[in-house]
Ligand binder design. Structure first.
Ligand SMILES: Nc1nc2c(ncn2[C@@H]2O[C@H](COP(=O)(O)OP(=O)(O)OP(=O)(O)O)[C@@H](O)[C@H]2O)c(=O)[nH]1
Ligand SMILES: [Mg+2]
Length: 384
């Protein structure tokens, strides 16, 4: 039989892991013919003759192969067939291979989602949703999957058509101000814990994440590498990095750890600089830690100090990584530093690089009153 012409395409809709069932969706003019080529139902009903919605149980096998697989085929429309097979990756990949050998395109579920949606932002939200690691982050993405950002861009387009550039500009600027928040719905905020050796950085990390992620020892220079631990604070995904204590050292391994710690500082959304309550010398901190204007300063081991004299020029949170004193306040402060303004439910916000770049371009065009270009940009943002 000659290869069947595209654009019929197959996509696995279930995650690439072991599960009960894998679902392969075959869509396009040749979907039914492709199913009939490899599948024989128990009652010998051809997929082509089955009523729409009918579920057929049977045997899938390619010509020349010595074994096949028992599975279910459902014809959902004239051009849409679903194949439900064993949930392991092997079975779905074999079926995809058979379909591809007969001329069917193989596409990712993301490509399928984009091809099914005329609204690019809604499609992107559906694609990003499974990557949201907390339910709170997922709710904001769900709002965008339900059209919040698309409607806002429509509104901006209408404002532009009415030459209401000022309000359009304000709305775009507001959306851009929410871009960092939107990006972090699928990527944790990065928090680096830094400071001199032995102040309790690793102990604090363990206390916050609730298990012994890092080795703690009463010996300066214990942590050498950068250690990561992911958790959620107030429902927001964060990744903590515990670093080597920063000091002057002759030890080559410690020096390498300190270099890594300094490099980690540059990638952080927030740095927590830790101090020892019993030995509080904030002005003697390493220069790399002095140069961080928006760091959060934490004075730890307050359980050991009778009287902590915090310099008037510094705002510091007092904690004990042993008794947990001050840790809830620290968490509140971290969340406030990362997300000073939490968008409301159903609020539109951008969440992909494409959208953010498109909005930046639109902002410039509106600022320069380039109406035609700006209207084209709103179309580009919305269309797949
Ligand atoms: N009493 C008391 N001891 C603490 C506290 N935090 C840490 N310690 C102790 O201080 C010592 C050093 O703690 P670590 O967490 O290893 O300190 P660190 O800053 O990670 O040290 P380096 O990895 O060497 O830079 C350990 O003996 C901890 O048990 C605290 O809040 N109170
Ligand atoms: Mg440590």
């Amino acid at each position: 039989m000659p290869a069947i012409a595209t654009p019929t395409a197959a996509a696995v809709l279930t995650p690439p892991a072991r599960g009960a069932i894998a679902t392969i969706s075959v869509q396009g003019p040749a979907a039914v013919a492709l199913a009939d080529r490899f599948f024989t139902s128990l009652g010998k009903t051809r997929v082509n003759d089955a009523d729409i919605g009918r579920i057929l149980v049977g045997h899938w096998q390619a010509e020349g192969e010595s074994f096949g697989e028992e599975l279910v085929v459902a014809r959902l429309a004239d051009d849409l067939v679903e194949i439900h097979c064993h949930g392991g990756v092997q079975a779905s990949q074999r079926i995809l291979k058979h379909l591809a050998s007969a001329g069917c395109q193989v596409q990712s579920w993301q490509a399928r989602t984009l091809s099914e949606q005329s609204d690019a932002i809604v499609a992107e939200a559906k694609i990003e949703l499974p990557r949201a690691v907390t339910s709170q982050a997922a709710l904001h993405l769900l709002d965008q999957a339900n059209g919040a950002l698309s409607r806002e861009i429509d509104t901006i387009g209408e404002l532009l058509k009415q030459s209401n550039f000022e309000v359009a500009e304000q709305k775009i600027a507001h959306l851009l101000s929410l871009a960092p928040f939107g990006k972090h719905l699928t990527q944790p905020w990065l928090i680096v814990i830094a400071g001199p050796p032995n102040v309790g950085k690793s102990s604090l990390l363990n206390k916050i994440v609730g298990y012994d992620r890092a080795i703690v020892l009463d010996m300066p220079g214990t942590t050498r590498d950068v250690l990561h631990a992911t958790t959620a604070l107030d429902g927001w995904p964060v990744q903590f990095s515990d670093t080597a204590g920063i000091r002057v050292s002759d030890d080559a391994i410690e020096q390498a750890g300190i270099a890594k710690a300094k490099a980690a500082l540059k990638t952080a959304d927030l740095v927590i600089v830790m101090h020892d309550a019993a030995d509080l010398k904030p002005d003697e901190l390493d220069q790399s830690l002095q140069e961080l204007p928006s760091a959060l300063h934490v004075v730890n081991k307050i359980d050991l100090a009778d009287d902590v004299r915090v310099p008037a020029s510094r705002e510091m949170i007092a904690t004990s990584a042993v008794t947990s004193q001050g840790v809830p306040q620290l968490i509140t402060s971290i969340v406030f530093h990362l997300i000073p303004h939490v968008p409301q439910a159903h609020e539109p916000l951008p969440f992909t690089d494409r959208q953010i770049e498109g909005l930046r371009q639109l902002h410039q065009q509106v600022q320069h009153r380039q109406l035609d270009d700006a209207l084209k940009s709103t179309e580009t943002l919305l269309n797949t």
